[in-house]
Design a protein around this ligand. Structure first.
Ligand code: MG
Length: 249
């Protein structure tokens, strides 16, 4: 059922097989329904420095490091990059505002997805553009046993955040896995681009205002309309991967 998506991946990435051993998993908007709160915190922080930014813009920036987002907004409003001090100060303020928002909930379907991965013996690595501890520190409570603290890539571990492939390449190195042994799970176009450029089979899941087409254009090998739908479809998708060979090689 998913053979055409798998064949397309093999051709596009010049691979012969796809053997899922490791899942590289985004956090915000994928495991947690946190994007509306992040967007509101960003918008409020920018309002405090006198800049009005449409809320949907923050969904498009999702995946970038804090400094990268601040620089885009500064260039738009002031025609210059923010200084390192400004970045630090403003990101700290945004983090404060986010922490004041009502607690975010795990995304429906995220637990089921992680449980299946555990049962299937597929290792999990968290790959987030966030450097905020608020959610990272909750992972063990919300998803017991799903992640080990030494298998995580956060904004602190990379020079270039998403959409650069660096975060996903670093996660592959950390897990000792080749690109064709990895699946990436992402909800945002920049994250999808990062995973696809790193050479993994990249799954896009729409969980917010970003349409499926934007995830496809960013390089998603397949797009699911929600996390529960994705979690339900996962056994068939993994089965398809281990039974499909590239007929063209
Ligand atoms: Mg995300």
């Amino acid at each position: 059922m998913y053979n055409s998506a798998i064949q397309r991946y093999l051709l596009r990435q010049s691979q012969i097989t796809l053997t899922p051993r490791v899942a590289l998993i985004d956090m915000d908007g994928t495991l947690y329904d946190s994007m509306p709160s992040h967007a509101r915190a960003w918008q409020q922080m920018m309002r405090e420095v006198g800049v009005e930014v449409p809320i949907d813009d923050f969904f498009m920036f999702e995946g970038r490091t804090g400094a990268s987002t601040i620089n885009i907004l500064f260039n738009r409003a002031f025609n210059r990059d923010a200084t390192p001090d400004e970045c630090k100060l403003l990101y700290r303020r945004k983090t404060e505002l986010f922490a004041e928002m009502p607690p975010v909930k795990p995304m429906p379907g995220a637990r089921e997805f992680l449980e299946f991965m555990q049962q299937a013996g597929i290792r999990r690595v968290l790959v987030t553009g966030s450097g905020q501890r608020t959610l990272i520190d909750r992972l063990e409570r919300d998803f017991p046993g799903a992640f080990s603290p030494d298998l995580m890539i956060t904004s602190r571990d990379v020079t270039h955040g998403k959409p650069d492939p660096e975060p996903y390449l670093a996660a592959m190195r950390m897990a000792g896995a080749q690109p064709n042994e990895c699946i990436v799970v992402e909800n945002a176009p920049l994250g999808v681009e990062s995973g696809s450029r790193a050479g993994a089979f990249t799954i896009g899941v729409t969980t917010g205002p970003i349409p499926a087409e934007a995830l496809e254009e960013a390089g998603a090998d397949i797009v699911f309309p929600s996390m529960p739908y994705f979690a339900d479809s996962l056994p068939m998708l993994i089965y398809g991967m281990i039974t499909t060979m590239n007929n063209y090689n």
